[in-house]
Design a protein around this ligand. Structure first.
Ligand code: TPP
Ligand code: MG
Length: 657
């Protein structure tokens, strides 16, 4: 116990930095960092395997601050343990423009931030994905290369969020024993006592998922450390209930929601300095305390060096390094081209969800790090191929995941897999249920992670399941998201090209919106160019001078081509422009865009709402698509009923000439 006071002093360094930085910024959350300072000190000093001088060491333990509002806890520790970019100056600039110390931890801003957190529940669900990736890579490349833990700090809010239920259930089922969650069990959230809103038996809840649940005094670093030791020896995931007082150290405010998200104020900070016996000026950490922390930051170097020796000796080294780098080899392009050439030789009418399966079949041997799955719709999403084996607790080397009916958990886990590195995640459900994935999709985009969302049943074309299952606003809504590629291929060739573009987009997530119904192949001839990667292109040109341009995506390209033929019979020359990916088309040079779009009247056709097409249409142009929800009926009846037909296109064209 002789070291206990020292630990407490080290923890007080976190408390001081948190209250001073929040005070300087005049905004932020001091309560959580002050409450969890002791537990975090135990974790970082006694357990976390990391080397602050080498933040990207692949076999480091991962630390996820799921309670992202407590960002100052993480920034303080990164500074104290000696991460080079986290200077005291950055701490002083907490929450200011251009600082790496944003209001909530943002992946990519500073070394040691493993994921962006702030939307409660995401971090713990990301951590499940990281723990999955750890087991998967260990099984594939050997425990001498991959052998680490994933630690999380989560608060009441994270555990209230629905996604934490999905994620924790998955982790228990998959027996992810290297996942250890420190629960900041302080019974306080913003509105006050958690009694206002929850009466869960949290221990029983997690035990029911198949977790080990431990409890300790969260202000006794030795007790926390002992609990973590116990967690490590169990093969179940562990939840450690750290009983804490929010804002611990602020004498008159601690234990109340008042310390959750507001500066303590000068007076209370003075009192806290006295109570903590911390006489030092703001942002000043005495040398002996800083040195103790710096030592904690460097103590992992022996582990890292031992790992490097094992890495050099490993027969899996090259494959592992390539997987971690995540670079896509030319073999992917070659595999796609070979599949497209066979389509050129023998055209096929395929639902694009089936074409997607065939694309995966073609690509997987060239990209063995693909880590697929579906939220209980494997047969409908067509995401599993013969080369897959199932990832589960008896076979972590499996490359296909049954996520269960947990779309949000799946999406958040995929972010974790991508962030961990070593595998390229794709996961599937119906396009309409991107609504259930959306909070995590937004973070894929914000964090620039290559996550591939395979979203089938992409319109009223799914038919009888009706408007609950028919996306109408989703394409426009997804296109509104920054840094998200939304592919809606129109035939088997475009589907293969979409897959290639999605895999090659290393810093951007993608949605593949795929049809349930069969679509005739309209791409023929020379297959060398990935036209889909241009986002939009003339798919079927007209004879003679163009009078009309028909723009369409996905299943509606066929309607455009049908209308083109009917217009030709009437002596009207219409070009069909396929727009499988608006974001990529928007990124093309203006000259290419205008040459593709032409200067004649335009008619856009998509079985969705108009909104995302507006930038391509002028006042005199037309949109043919949905204006509201769909209906339950056979597909042909629906297209007639909603007026998405070649006849409607022809009529609109004639009106404009
Ligand atoms: C999804 C989501 N909803 C709401 C918020 C706003 N919010 C931030 S912290 C918080 C309360 C969190 O309570 P707890 O996790 O117990 O944190 P503590 O007050 O103990 O620090 C809320 C509602 C958020 N960040 N994310
Ligand atoms: Mg709380």
């Amino acid at each position: 116990m002789s070291q206990a006071p020292h630990r407490q002093t080290m923890a007080n360094a976190i408390r001081a930095l948190a209250m001073d930085a929040v005070q300087a910024a005049n905004s932020g959350h001091p309560g959580m960092p002050m409450g969890m300072a002791d537990a975090a000190t135990a974790l970082f000093c006694d357990h976390l395997k990391f080397d602050s001088a080498h933040p990207d060491w692949p076999d480091r333990d991962r630390f996820i601050l799921s309670a992202g509002h407590g960002s100052m806890l993480l920034y303080a520790i990164l500074y104290l343990t000696g991460y080079a970019d986290m200077t005291i100056d950055q701490i002083k600039k907490f929450r200011q423009l251009g600082a790496i110390t944003a209001g909530h931890p943002e992946y990519g801003h500073a070394a040691g931030i493993e994921t962006t957190t702030g939307p409660l529940g995401q971090g713990i669900a990301n951590a499940v994905g990281m723990a999955m990736a750890e087991r998967h890579l260990a099984a594939r490349y050997g425990a001498d290369l991959v052998d680490h833990h994933t630690y999380v700090i989560a608060g009441d809010g994270c555990l209230m969020e629905g996604v934490s239920h999905e994620a924790a259930s998955m982790a228990g089922h998959m027996r992810l024993g290297r996942l250890i969650v420190l629960f900041d069990d302080n019974n306080i959230s913003i509105d006050g006592s958690t009694d206002l809103a929850v009466s869960d038996d949290t221990s029983a809840r997690f035990e029911a998922y198949g977790w080990q649940v431990l409890s300790c005094d969260g202000h006794d670093a030795d007790a926390v450390s002992a609990a973590i030791s116990a967690a490590k020896t169990d093969d179940r995931p562990s939840l450690i209930r750290c009983k804490t007082v929010i804002g611990r150290g602020a004498p008159s405010k601690q234990g109340t929601s008042a310390v959750h998200g507001a500066p303590l104020g000068a007076e209370e900070i003075t009192l806290a300095r006295e109570a903590l016996d911390w006489p030092h000026a703001p942002f000043v950490i005495p040398d002996d305390i800083l040195q103790a922390w710096r030592q904690a930051g460097a103590q992992g170097s022996t582990h890292r060096e031992a790992w490097q020796t094992r890495h050099e000796a490993s027969t899996h080294r090259d494959a592992f390094d390539q997987a971690i780098a995540g670079t896509v080899t030319e073999a992917v392009g070659a595999a796609v081209l070979s599949w497209k050439n066979s389509l050129a030789a023998e055209p096929q009418k395929l639902a694009t969800r089936v074409a997607s399966q065939k694309a995966i079949e073609a690509i997987f041997p060239a990209c063995p790090t693909l880590f697929g799955g579906s939220a209980d719709l494997t047969g409908s999403n067509n995401t599993r191929v013969a080369d897959h084996s199932i990832f589960d607790s008896s076979n972590y080397s499996g490359t296909y995941i049954h996520y269960g009916v947990r779309e949000h958990g799946m999406a958040a886990a995929m972010n974790g897999i991508a962030l961990h590195g070593g595998a390229i995640p794709y996961g599937a459900t119906f396009l309409v249920f991107t609504d259930y994935c959306r909070p995590s999709m937004r973070l894929s985009a914000l964090m620039q992670q290559r996550v591939i969302y395979v979203m089938t049943h992409d319109s009223i074309g799914l038919g009888e399941d009706g408007p609950t299952h028919q996306p109408v606003e989703h394409l426009s809504a997804l296109r509104a998201m920054p840094n998200m590629l939304v592919f809606r291929p129109g035939d088997a060739v475009e589907t293969a090209e979409s897959w290639q573009a999605a895999i090659e987009a290393e810093n951007t997530p993608s949605v593949l919106a795929l049809s349930r119904q069969g679509l005739a192949q309209f791409r023929h001839g020379d297959m060398r160019e990935n036209k889909t990667a241009k986002g939009g292109y003339v798919a079927v040109d007209c004879d003679g001078a163009r009078q009309i341009t028909l723009l369409a995506s996905g299943s509606e390209v066929a309607i455009a081509i049908d209308a083109q033929e009917k217009l030709a019979e009437a002596g009207i020359a219409a070009a069909v422009v396929s727009v499988p990916c608006m974001e990529l088309f928007a990124a093309q040079p203006a000259a290419y865009q205008s040459a593709t779009l032409g200067a004649t009247p335009r008619i856009a056709i998509e079985a969705g709402l108009q909104q995302s097409w507006d930038w391509l249409l002028g006042d005199a142009d037309a949109f043919i698509g949905m204006t509201g929800f769909g209906a339950s009926a056979p597909i042909d009846a629906l297209y007639q009923h909603f007026g998405i037909t070649a006849e409607a296109v022809v009529a609109a064209a004639k009106q404009r000439l």
